[in-house]
Design a protein around this ligand. Structure first.
Ligand SMILES: Nc1ncnc2c1ncn2[C@@H]1O[C@H](COP(=O)(O)OP(=O)(O)OP(=O)(O)O)[C@@H](O)[C@H]1O
Length: 320
């Protein structure tokens, strides 16, 4: 299959901080890839290098078989690096039309393309409105609409669901599902689970190294040693992943003090893997955890039964 993005031994440092360390990867046409890594792992840096906005210190970057130099490749590759910034004085349609005309389209072709991308992102009803009336989630959709102009063959989406509540995040995932056959998508996110429906492959970025999984199924094996239940020293041990959006003072110590808890470790910023003994009653531990949150007036983002796919992958890689 044709390789549309090829990185060979790409390294990038900022001062003494090495962000990418000899990264090599091949991404083929038509196969969406999820790029997953913690805050500061280097996802945006990698995207910026692919766009040609940043230069790698060493190694080779090829897009569609051509070594990246300048911005010619941006005719075929578009990027949603951040939310689109739109002028509050112009309508959404007229601004998108202007961007479309930058792709060398006539006014008529540009209008046709604008109608198409607004339709794809469910924003047709807002064409005449100004962007300032859009919610944060709608602005994300508008940014995706902009990235679709000119029908690029590859679209890089840097955290398209960041800061959105689960409903809006789901809407964006649905749009990405709808457009995934129109272009090869490379989507960065902190939350692998959100991308599971869209991307058959995952590229994990950690400590400057990039590893591309074979397939989601290879990460999420039912017999995985990191699934929710395991036996340690003859005792049934369960695993739960807790995600919070804020720093909660005393959280780790208070969870450790719950009777069933064996270990709690931070796996990412605001994400904890808790191992605990099953109690006599179903969901005994979950109840005590929820009580703890309610007593402390804390909020959580997610409880995940077992480990996250991302952590399963890293545990498997470390075991090899
Ligand atoms: N222009 C720059 N100058 C100095 N350091 C930088 C620069 N750009 C990025 N960095 C550093 O490089 C590291 C990787 O940053 P990058 O934004 O690529 O990570 P990321 O994976 O996209 O993070 P996040 O998920 O938080 O957006 C960070 O430590 C960041 O502070």
């Amino acid at each position: 299959m044709e390789s549309i993005i090829s990185l060979q031994n790409v390294s990038k440092s900022f001062g003494k901080h090495q962000v990418l360390d000899n990264v090599s990867v091949e991404i083929v046409a038509g196969e969406p890839v999820a790029l997953v890594g913690a805050n500061g792992a280097g996802k945006t840096t990698l995207f910026s290098i692919l766009c040609g906005f940043l230069k790698a210190d060493s190694g080779q970057v090829k897009i569609f078989g051509e070594v990246v130099s300048g911005y010619q490749h941006l005719a075929k590759l578009s990027a949603l690096i951040q939310d689109a910034e739109f002028d509050p004085d112009f309508s959404i349609s007229s601004q998108l039309k202007l961007y479309a005309q930058l792709h060398n389209m006539s006014a008529k072709q540009a209008q046709h393309d604008v109608d198409r991308v607004l339709e794809l992102t469910g924003l047709s009803g807002y064409a005449r409105q100004k962007s300032q009336i859009l919610s944060h989630g709608m602005k994300k959709r508008l940014a995706i609409a902009q990235s679709l102009l000119g029908s690029p063959q590859v679209i890089l989406l840097d955290e398209p669901t960041a800061g959105l509540d689960p409903d809006y995040a789901r809407q964006i995932s649905n749009i990405l599902l709808d457009i995934k056959d129109l272009a090869t998508l490379v989507i960065s996110s902190h939350q692998l689970e959100q991308l599971q429906r869209i991307c058959p492959r995952v590229a994990f970025l950690r400590d400057g190294k990039l590893s591309l999984s074979e397939h989601f199924n290879s990460i999420n094996k039912p017999e995985s040693p990191n699934s929710a239940r395991s036996i340690a020293n003859g005792i049934d041990v369960l695993t739960l992943t807790l995600r919070c959006s804020d720093q909660l003072p005393g959280l780790v110590d208070k969870i450790k003090a719950l009777p069933a808890v064996r270990t709690i470790v931070a796996t990412q910023r605001h994400e904890f893997k808790i191992q605990y003994h099953a109690g006599d009653q179903p969901y005994q531990f979950e109840h005590s955890l929820l009580k703890l949150f309610s007593e402390n007036h804390w909020h959580y983002d997610q409880f995940i039964n077992g480990e996250t796919l991302e952590n399963q992958w890293f545990s498997q890689s470390n075991d090899q």
